[in-house]
Design a protein around this ligand. Structure first.
Ligand SMILES: [Zn+2]
Length: 382
């Protein structure tokens, strides 16, 4: 019986009470459940079956936004091409690889996430590619079947995928879905929604009759029957019930008024997902609104977006985009907040006795400031 126990010591551990030093965590190796969290003294006997890992232990990560089905597009789209060109390139290239190749790429991306310590992920779905990878994975997935289309909607095709476990419908964004479909999806069920939000300033200017999206739609002959809402944030609050939990993804161009409109409406928690490396890849922009979100006490989560707009699905590499923010806060974004957003906080997201949250070893920490260095890395221990 005792042989199935692992005793793991490190320099620090992130707990719900903050970072604690000298942690000694006992885990049932078979179930991955935490049995005890103690603190060791100077007499820690490393010969007595204790593993010592130099660094900071964190509960497993939650990737709050990815598109596993686009993994085969790694390196296929030029960085810096801009938002509208990126969207068109994905549309052109996504089916250029055969199904076996797409599934293989998704499986490899899933395995890399697991190795880094990702315990759960919010995965956006447009076709059936990712389900094969997710069925075999040890990562807990919630699949968001995104509904979009200004001329021809994919709502009927997406409904057929609701037979897969852990799936629910969500509108793609405030600029790509008809009024009727957006309203229908937001009114249906009570699962969280995941909406791409203010990734580009063109999303706002569309509502005022200008910008790259407006020009693209005008050229393509797409009509927009939702401009009556006046702006993207108003569309969300007028269509999503106030008690429904929402993950808003990207938030690169939110303004204080957007935050106020959203937070005044919702009684359920709102999660603000940042995916800074994807923004840099597509548009060369940084996570410029993180200061606004932090000053308002927003619940921030971390996503990677897909390999079409990123070089890896590494949560640690996303966190390293915030070198001035303390480790405890960053790890909270990457663990507890994401677990709450996916409704999984009773099992994962925090290191507590009874949970099966996984354990990740973070190395490359500057202990004098408790910040990540450029060399920081993460790998799964449990
Ligand atoms: Zn996305």
């Amino acid at each position: 019986m005792s042989s199935s126990l692992r005793k793991i010591a490190s320099h620090y551990l992130l707990t719900p009470q903050g970072l604690i030093s000298r942690p000694l965590v006992t885990v049932d190796a078979a179930t991955r459940r935490i049995l005890a969290i103690e603190r060791y003294g100077d007499d820690l006997d490393l010969t007595a079956g204790v593993e010592f890992h130099a660094g900071v232990l964190s509960p497993g990560f939650v990737n709050a936004h990815t598109h596993l089905e686009l993994s085969h597009l790694c390196g296929a789209i030029e960085p810096g091409c801009g938002f509208a060109a990126f969207g068109q390139a994905v549309g052109r290239l996504r089916d250029a690889t055969d199904e076996a190749g797409r599934i293989d790429a998704a499986c490899r991306a899933d395995a890399a996430m697991w190795d880094e310590g990702v315990e759960a992920a919010a995965d956006i779905v447009n076709d059936d590619t990712s389900f094969a990878a997710k069925e075999r994975s040890r990562i807990r997935y919630r699949s968001f079947l995104e509904v979009f289309g200004l001329r021809r909607s994919n709502l009927t095709e997406q409904r057929a995928r609701l037979s897969h476990p852990g799936t629910s419908l969500t509108p793609h964004s405030t600029y790509s879905v008809t009024d009727a479909d957006f309203r229908a999806v937001c009114a249906e069920g009570d699962a969280p929604l995941s909406i791409h939000f203010m990734e580009t300033e063109d999303e706002r200017t569309l509502y005022f009759g200008g910008g790259a999206l407006h020009e693209w739609y005008a050229r393509a002959g797409f009509g927009c029957d939702f401009l009556k809402y006046g702006m993207p944030s108003e569309r969300i609050v007028e269509c999503v019930p106030k008690g429904r939990s929402v993950m808003l993804v990207h938030n690169c161009h939110i303004m204080p008024i957007d935050f106020d409109i959203i937070m005044t409406h919702f009684t359920a928690p709102v999660y603000w997902v940042l995916a800074p490396r994807s923004n840099r890849y597509i548009s060369g922009t940084g996570p410029r609104t993180v200061g606004l979100l932090r000053s308002c006490g927003a619940k921030i989560c971390i996503g990677t977006d897909s390999l079409a707009s990123n070089t890896s699905l590494s949560i640690m590499d996303e966190l390293k985009c915030f070198p001035d923010i303390g480790l405890e806060e960053l790890l909270t974004w990457a663990t507890r907040n994401g677990a709450e957003a996916l409704g999984m906080a009773d099992e994962i997201g925090t290191a507590e006795v009874g949970k099966r949250c996984g354990l990740v070893l973070v190395t490359g920490v500057d202990y004098s400031t408790m910040r990540l260095t450029p060399q920081a890395a993460a790998r799964r221990i449990i």
